[in-house]
Ligand binder design. Structure first.
Ligand code: NAD
Ligand code: 2HG
Length: 526
């Protein structure tokens, strides 16, 4: 079997792969997309970090490829959907670099506080500018952490060691879980107004994109420091630039950028901005961890058939998997819809399998639902293996029940979620043999295909509202390809479910929301 390592992988990982008798390992870094497309057909396994872009084009040319394995977390550079369609397993190593990245954020906090990069440049140019670089202690200062997952929690722990006062915003973790680790859970606005330092540690999702934007900067304390070692675009770069120029933000430390490598990024021209070229995970220790983990996983899969840390396949026997595959897809999509339409920290998920599906092995389906629910919140690090642990860590109680007779459908999967703020139910089934559909949102019956760009609107039923919604979308050149309108009252309102050909941008959602009779507008991406 042929393995291609197309990014810089620590030697220990390459060696491990080379020791496997059945493997022939090539290390070829810096390939252009055309070069990679030209050679990929020969390989069974592809090992990457973040530089190689595994696009649909590459996947289409990969006749023998069985696995794409990422040494690291982010899979932004892999078209997972295209790989899944071709039956290629995509895996990552979600644990190996979290300590290193958290330490980088702490290094950024200290470097900002004492202007270490700027002072280094100054002294190297022959100056001795003691007054210019008057610093600031971190002792007793308020550190606001947005996103309290693996890295956020380690940052909190290290910052407490520096005697900072840590407050955190993570709507998907209950305040009891945070407070049991001595961290004050706060609302986002509270964090923005109280923090001396704000660091983001969320994945990039439609909800976290631009979470620090002009509106957020306006609420911050004058002199705040901002740190982004997560993903470019979580902090809006233009708005950060404006906030620095306006004197709100005293300095920013950026490891990640909306475009990498950054091109003519005006932030890099500002003296108060310090930056590193996506080095969060770049320590010998982390690279060793992820290289060994990725090599072990590739060997386990290609030699022993065991799948670990895959984002697109559960850990089960091939024949069972083939039977379950359509249900896995339906389950994951329903889970994703549910999270995207429900606010608050998930407390309880109750799943009902009805009809033929009740006689199948339902545990992978439950994991698939949980994966669908947690991925919009946690991004690529959620996989079929770690999802039960992640759910447990978040105190999510999961119950399953089965019923053999379905009333209107041969098969039905119903999921009810209770969060700290509300409750919702979705249900899905198949039309024809394999066409997954969502058939219920709470009491609203519909027949929605589970793919693409969807929009859920709650409105007060008045003549003209649907027309006005269509006109608004049309004005922004957004075509509606499907529409279901609720006939039953849902929370005293009507419900409209649309599919559009292109995503509905935030400003258009706000325009819809500003209409007299429209109360809720939720975009769902599947
Ligand atoms: N700079 C680097 O080299 C580097 C290295 C590793 C990871 N990362 C990035 O760091 C980030 C965090 O990674 P992780 O492993 O801690 O992820 P994680 O999934 O363990 O944690 C993310 C947390 O963000 C929370 N969250 C989701 N949406 C939120 C929202 N709207 N508001 C507040 N919180 C929200 C989730 O509940 C979760 O607890 C990711 O973006 C990852 O890609 C960067
Ligand atoms: O491989 C890298 O250097 C990037 C690591 C990081 O962003 C990740 O997603 O794991």
């Amino acid at each position: 079997m042929k393995i291609l390592v197309s990014d810089n992988l620590a030697e220990s990982g390459v060696e491990k792969l080379r020791k496997v008798q059945q493997f022939e390992v090539d290390v070829k870094t810096g390939l252009t997309p055309d070069e990679l497309r030209g050679i990929i057909k020969d390989y069974d396994g592809l090992v990457i970090r973040s530089a190689t872009k595994v696009t649909r084009d590459i996947i289409d040319a990969a006749d023998n490829l069985k696995v794409v394995a990422r040494a690291g977390i982010g899979l932004d550079n892999v078209d997972v959907e295209a790989a899944s369609k071709r039956g290629i397993v995509v895996m990552n190593t979600p644990e190996g670099n979290i300590v290193t990245t958290a330490e980088h954020a702490i290094a950024m906090i200290l470097a900002l506080s004492r202007s270490i990069p700027q002072a280094t440049n100054s002294i190297k140019s022959g100056k001795w500018e003691k007054k210019r670089f008057m610093g600031r202690e971190v002792f007793n200062k308020v550190l606001g952490i947005i996103g309290m997952g693996r890295i956020g929690r380690i940052v909190a722990d290290r910052a407490k060691g520096l005697k900072m006062n840590v407050i955190a915003f993570d709507p998907y973790i209950s305040s009891e879980v945070l407070e049991s680790s001595g961290i004050e859970a706060v609302a986002l606005d509270d964090l923005l107004t109280r923090s001396d330092y704000i660091t983001v540690h969320t994945p990039m999702t439609p909800e976290t994109r631009d979470i620090l934007n002009a509106k957020a900067f306006k609420k911050m304390k004058e002199g705040v420091f901002v740190i982004n070692c997560a993903r470019g675009g979580i902090v809006n770069e233009q708005d950060l630039h404006d906030a620095i120029r306006a004197g709100i933000v005293a300095g920013a430390a950026l490891d990640v950028f909306a475009q990498e490598p950054p091109k003519d990024n005006p932030l890099l021209a500002l003296d108060s901005v310090i930056a590193t070229p996506h080095l969060g995970a770049s320590t010998d220790e982390a690279q060793e961890n992820v290289a060994i983990a990725v090599a072990d996983q590739v060997i386990d899969f290609l030699v022993r058939g065991t799948i670990r840390n895959a984002v697109n396949a559960p850990n089960i026997d091939g024949a069972v998997l083939a039977r379950l595959r359509p249900y896995l897809k339906l389950s994951e999509k329903l889970g994703s819809v549910l999270t995207q339409i429900t606010r608050g920290a998930i407390q309880k998920v109750s799943i009902e399998y009805i009809g033929e599906v009740a006689s199948m092995e339902t545990q992978p389906l439950t994991y698939s639902i949980l994966k669908g629910m947690l991925t919009p919140i946690m991004g690529d690090m959620v996989n079929f293996v770690n999802v039960p642990v992640l759910a447990r860590e978040r105190n999510i109680k999961v119950t399953e029940s089965v019923r053999s007779e379905a009333e209107d459908f041969t098969n039905l999967i119903g999921i009810h979620v209770k969060t700290s703020e509300e409750e919702n139910l979705v249900a899905g089934s198949f039309f024809g043999k394999k066409d997954p559909r969502m058939v219920r949102i709470n009491d609203f019956r519909l027949e929605a295909a589970l793919e693409g760009h969807l929009l859920l609107i709650y409105n007060i039923d008045t003549p003209g509202t649907i027309g006005a919604i269509g006109t608004c979308l049309g004005k922004h050149h957004i075509n509606i390809s499907m529409m279901d309108v609720g006939q039953v009252l849902e929370r005293g309102q009507n419900i409209i479910f649309l599919r559009t050909d292109t995503p509905v941008p935030g400003h258009v959602k706000e325009e819809l929301l500003a209409m007299d009779n429209v109360n809720v507008v939720q975009a769902i991406e599947l």
